[in-house]
Design a protein around this ligand. Structure first.
Ligand SMILES: [Zn+2]
Length: 455
């Protein structure tokens, strides 16, 4: 039997389905042998939490954005079965389509041929049709299947071994990070402690009186002195910092967020000397994530919402809106985390306090990365039946700045420029509580009353 004859009774879809069936459970071997070893590099360096490698699309210019996935949206997705890979810019790819993209094949046929040849598979094996392998005797076919099964088992064994080792490494790493976290937290004081004045001043200079918010104490504190270690650099001496806990949806600590400040409450950069030259680090730093925890829906989350909740990137935005209006606002702390964020269960309306960034190559639209994060979060919430209201700060980006945020607006104009939906969020929440149905009529009513400006 020839392949052309097989196609008389089968479609391309049948063919592709058979191919996929054979690849499932073999993707690690396939990527390794058929031009996808970059993903294997990502898998091998990290085990249960693969490490990013350079995305082939960016010619290795950026080095931290393409990574193999063994979990997807919180669900276990072994690479061997799903072959999921994700680049922050190119998006998520899976299975044979992923390999095709990685190899840069213009036609699927090229990718499938590469798999068939690379894996040493016969047409009869792939399509479960011995008649296609007429050059093979029954005995040879039996031997081939036996060899194939042994290979499969061996690869499976190696995978299990690697996962075991990765688990051990993860545990060691988790213990180390937790010990370091405890060291830092042991230095921390509540914001209302007399020695925490630098932190109080930092927020006061941004129009926020944190002493009126005792609920912060379990989430945000002040460290009068602790070492700073960031991106592999250890900076000289000890630094004062505002320390916030970044937790996941289940309330587990993932890592900390620190703002390095001086005794007057001014932001400062940690410094050290490398090769006789003074080098400065970032004033805002994050700790290493504890391995093995679900890091979706992460953020600084000091407040308990009911039906209406806000979210921002920056901590200062969250606290200034809270201070001005009492609205519970989470700080996701960065754009990617904003896209991963979710409101607390039961929340019906989310007010998204977007940053307004200068557009760049990767985010060329108005509002840049900040607006893109707001838009992506908005789409995700709509899918979940939650009403998102995007709020962009009504403020020009100053010439020497890259962005503005809602804290800039509030620090300059107080609550005056806040939208009606924010200023009257309590009434909005009461109105929602009274609704029998959260349907289109209700939406139109709220849209008019609170000026959501939803088209
Ligand atoms: Zn890419």
């Amino acid at each position: 039997m020839k392949l052309e004859q097989w196609f008389k009774n089968n479609t391309w879809d049948d063919y592709f389905a058979k191919f996929e069936e054979k690849c499932k459970g073999r993707y690690e071997e396939i990527f390794d042998r058929c031009g996808g070893s970059l993903m294997i590099e990502s898998l091998n360096t990290g085990g249960n939490s693969p490490k990013p490698v350079g995305c082939p699309n960016h010619h290795g210019k950026t080095n931290s954005n393409y990574v193999a996935k063994v979990k997807f949206k919180g669900v276990s997705r072994p690479f061997n079965d799903y072959a999921i890979g994700c680049c922050n810019t190119c998006g998520t790819k899976s299975g044979i389509f992923h390999l095709r993209w990685l190899r840069g094949d213009s036609k699927m046929k090229e990718t499938l041929n590469a798999i068939r040849i690379g894996m040493g598979w016969s047409w009869g094996y792939i399509l479960d049709e011995p008649l296609l392998d007429k050059e093979m005797t029954a005995k040879e076919r039996e031997a081939f299947l036996l060899k194939e099964n042994t290979r499969k088992e061996l690869a499976e064994q190696q995978r299990r071994q690697r996962e075991e080792e990765a688990k051990k490494k993860d545990l060691q790493r988790a213990n180390f990070i937790q010990a370091k976290n405890r060291e830092l937290f042991d230095t921390c004081l509540p914001l209302n402690h007399p020695n925490s004045l630098p932190a109080v001043k930092y927020f006061l200079s941004r129009g926020i009186d944190v002493l009126t918010m005792p609920e912060l104490t379990r989430h945000i504190r002040f460290s009068p002195g602790y070492e700073v270690f960031a991106s592999g650099v250890k900076y000289d001496g000890l630094y004062m910092s505002i320390v916030s806990k970044i937790i996941n949806g289940a309330g587990e600590l993932l890592y900390w967020h620190r703002i390095v400040i001086d005794e007057h409450g001014n932001k400062m950069k940690p410094h050290t000397v490398v090769n006789n030259e003074k080098v400065f680090g970032p004033s805002k730093i994050k700790g290493s994530a504890i391995p093995g925890l679900d890091n979706s829906n992460r953020g600084i989350k000091p407040f308990k919402p009911f039906l209406v909740q806000g979210v921002s990137e920056g901590l200062e935005v969250a606290l200034s809106v809270r201070y001005m209006t009492g609205l519970p606002v989470d700080s996701a702390t960065d754009a990617v985390s904003m896209e991963n964020w979710l409101p607390q269960d039961g929340v019906k309306v989310v007010l998204i306090f977007e940053d307004y960034d200068r557009p760049n190559d990767q985010h060329p639209n108005d509002g840049g990365r900040g607006a893109a994060a707001g838009e992506n979060l908005c789409e995700k919430l709509l899918e979940k039946g939650i009403l998102p209201i995007r709020l962009s700060p009504p403020f020009e980006i100053p010439q020497n700045s890259k962005s503005v945020d809602w804290n800039d607006v509030i620090a300059n104009f107080g609550s005056h420029e806040l939208p009606k939906s924010v200023k009257e969020w309590k009434q909005l929440e009461e109105d929602i509580a009274q609704l029998e149905l959260f349907d289109i009529n209700a939406l139109n009513y709220l849209n008019d009353k609170y000026e959501f400006n939803i088209a």
